[in-house]
Design a protein around this ligand. Structure first.
Ligand SMILES: C[S@@+](CC[C@H](N)C(=O)[O-])C[C@H]1O[C@@H](n2cnc3c(N)ncnc32)[C@H](O)[C@@H]1O
Length: 258
């Protein structure tokens, strides 16, 4: 995808790391977006499933929708979580995959990784592992994954086509992509897309919805289901204004690699 000439991607990456370092270390702080177990429950995560994962992982949950019902992870499957944060979805995926399967979380923010790794070590979820890496180039073998998941992350990448191409490469033929993410009804103006702090808050990088879905298809996927997550909302006035004006919203979707 062509990035705006005015968006400094190195600065953006640093801002994203700074933001999610805080989400890992100080989740009780106020952000442009909600975090934690109350958010997960409102988005539709079953409480009984959340009871089975470390509470501290959930404290730093910063997802935007529920999609694990779409992922329908089977025992024995290998799951790749792009932008795994403190591990909520990776832990849930690891439990669904069982001891014959595993969940591989990938994230670029050191403090998120450290938190997820230490929680994995403290609990009996031995089949969840966390690796440092970029979602545009996840450190997994081609064709080795059954299901790629991701929650609230692809919008943060200035190169969404590269992320979906990497997901397609990681997946075996017929493998699934099940994600939740932020998109917009209207193309966002440069005043929003060039605002690195709105981008790091999961708003500025929102791609226009039709273009987003076309980008997934162009990477080699067939869309199976797309649904709105009406229960997701941003917190600050600034974020809320952009949301109202440009129709920024959360969707969950399932796609299959052709
Ligand atoms: C909104 S948080 C979501 C975390 C997690 N999926 C959750 O639901 O709590 C975004 C995460 O993606 C990571 N991230 C953003 N861009 C990334 C990139 N290009 N490569 C790797 N990780 C990235 C951030 O470090 C952060 O942990």
């Amino acid at each position: 995808m062509a990035t705006s000439a005015q968006l400094d991607t190195a600065d953006l990456t640093q801002r994203v790391k700074d933001m999610y370092r805080e989400v890992a270390l100080n989740p009780e702080r106020e952000f442009h977006f909600e975090t934690g177990r109350p958010l997960a429950e409102r988005l539709g995560y079953p409480a009984a499933a959340l009871d089975r994962i470390p509470a501290a992982a959930l404290d730093s949950f910063a997802g935007v929708g529920y999609f694990l019902d779409l992922a329908a992870i089977e025992p024995g499957e290998v799951v790749l979580d792009l932008g795994s944060g403190s591990g909520t979805d990776a832990f849930l995926a690891a439990l669904a995959a069982g001891e014959r399967g595993r969940a591989i979380g990938v994230d670029m923010t050191e403090q998120q990784l450290q938190k997820a790794r230490s929680l994995a070590a403290e609990t009996d979820i031995a089949n969840a592992e966390f690796h440092k890496g970029l979602i545009e180039q996840p450190p997994v073998e081609a064709g080795s994954v059954d299901c790629v998941i991701s929650n609230g992350v692809v919008n943060l990448s200035p190169d969404k086509a590269a992320v979906f191409a990497a997901a397609a490469t990681a997946l075996r033929p017929g493998g699934r992509l099940a994600i939740a993410d932020i998109v917009s009804a209207k193309q966002l103006p440069e005043g929003v897309t060039c605002d690195a702090s709105l981008w790091a808050a999961c708003i500025g990088g929102a791609m226009q919805r039709d273009r987003y879905l076309e980008t997934i298809e162009a990477a080699g996927f067939e869309l199976a289901q797309v649904r709105e997550n009406a229960r997701y909302r941003f917190v600050s006035d600034r974020a809320d204004n952009a949301t109202q004006k440009y129709g920024v919203a959360s969707i969950s979707l399932l796609a299959r690699r052709r």
